[in-house]
Design a protein around this ligand. Sequence first.
Ligand code: TYD
Length: 212
Amino acid sequence: MKGYFITIEGPDGAGKTTQLKMLRDYLLGKGYEVILTREPGGTPLAEKIRNLLLDPASGEICPVAEALLYAASRAQHVAEVILPSLQQGKIVLCDRFVDSSIVYQGLGRGIEPQAIIDINHFATQGITPDLTILLDLTPEQGMARLAKRNKEKSQELDRLEQESLEFYHKVRQGYLDLAKTSPERYKVIEADDSIENIQQRIVALIDKYFTI
Ligand code: TYD
């Protein structure tokens, strides 16, 4: 049996991580075997690359190096975690995947999107998600949520979170355009709502895919 690959995408501050954990618990409760993982990261090597990418002390990383580091982390993650889990028939829930690179490194940093698609095709051995949930939020709402979260946790914004509102407008538009070009795979969920309401919408969507 082949597994099922679900990714969640959206701007920083959209609440992806919380929603994915709730979805994992929901699917486990239904008796499915589920792996929850994230990008950049998901393996010891990929988590090291994540630290390099997010550490403000890394300073200016040129756009191509940034794109290649995300792709390198992804290659390891696919080979070590995602593909084996899918081959074992598991549901893989992944917090971000190639679409984040298309949007952040492609549209955000100005690299030709086709170049991002090509290096990631190589990195992922060509796998694509079966379903992608996009949590849509305006950049203003996202930044406000991030500021609140970081204040509560007394943590600083990471290297990517320090980007301008203009960058996040490009990110949002990029996601909405991707959703338009792949309507079968992409489901857009309005994320300016309570955690419970967003989760209800996600569960309703998932129940359509898994006749439980
Ligand atoms: P993430 O841990 O999802 O941050 P958050 O939970 O705050 O949304 O992702 C870390 C950052 O890395 C985030 O700002 C988006 C960025 N990113 C890219 O620029 N390209 C990529 O391919 C991926 C996976 C993430």
